[in-house]
Ligand binder design. Structure first.
Ligand code: SAH
Length: 225
């Protein structure tokens, strides 16, 4: 199932071509080939999630600043993490670290509903406005400490954390549904291991995927502010 959210809002042409190149060179060439993931990154207008002055660089192979010392993740990382979630279109997803809302939009294209938590109110507000302008109506953005999860909406079929903490926050494990998958960076503040946590027959399985580098996950069960 593919959703064509906010088709009218998409400023294509030049950006559309840059997006196609991004998908080919940064995702497919490096092994992120899941057609649904490739399709979603090919549709979501990444330039709309960065400030005007940085739009020219929106499709480059790097993260970019989004204010408040935070960054929009590199396209490859968004593609990789989304692939690891193995979304089918039926899932309720929890995202911790809304940031620009770009990853949120990619998830919204591929899941039933996305509940996203951001600790910085200004970023949450801007992400909400961007997502609304693009027509995403299956996304809820809330301000708070995402390491506590979103108990009212739990359990979640999928959980993604887009900031790096020292360990897997226990409330997130508790809120992971049976058969669910969680992807998150775990490690030091300098570098982390992209970690996959699954709940299979009531048991928690954890495995390391690859190295990565994210901004700090802050709050209880994570780093001090
Ligand atoms: N996926 C986002 C990445 C943003 S960077 C994007 O591509 O734009 C990570 C975000 O996590 C930052 O905005 C930061 O403020 C937020 N964050 C850090 N710790 C958090 C916490 N405990 N709860 C919620 N958000 C948190």
């Amino acid at each position: 199932m593919e959703r064509g959210h906010g088709e009218m809002e998409r400023d294509d042409g030049r950006y559309g071509r840059e997006r196609e190149r991004m998908v080919e060179d940064q995702l497919v060439a490096r092994g992120v080939t899941d057609p649904r993931v490739v399709g979603a990154l090919g549709r979501v207008p990444r330039h709309r999630f960065v400030q005007e002055a940085l739009r020219e660089r929106a499709y480059g192979d790097h993260p970019l600043p989004i204010g408040e010392e935070q960054t929009i993740s590199q396209p490859f990382i968004v593609g990789l993490m989304t692939s690891l979630l193995e979304l089918t279109g039926r899932e309720k997803v929890l995202e911790v670290g809304t940031g620009s809302g770009y990853q949120t939009a990619v998830l919204a294209e591929l899941a039933r509903r996305v509940c996203s938590i951001e600790r910085l109110p200004r970023l949450a507000e801007r992400a909400r406005a961007t997502l609304e302008a693009l027509g995403y109506d299956n996304v809820w953005v809330r301000v708070g400490n995402g390491t506590l999860g979103w108990p009212d909406q739990a359990p979640f079929d999928r959980i993604i954390v887009t900031a790096g903490g020292p360990a897997v926050p226990p409330p997130l494990v508790q809120q992971l549904a049976e058969g669910g998958r969680m992807v998150l960076p775990v490690g030091s503040t300098d570098n982390q291991v992209l970690t996959l946590v699954e709940r299979v027959d009531g048991q928690i399985r954890e495995r390391a995927h690859s190295e990565c580098k994210f901004v700090k996950l802050v709050g209880k069960y994570a780093w001090e502010p």
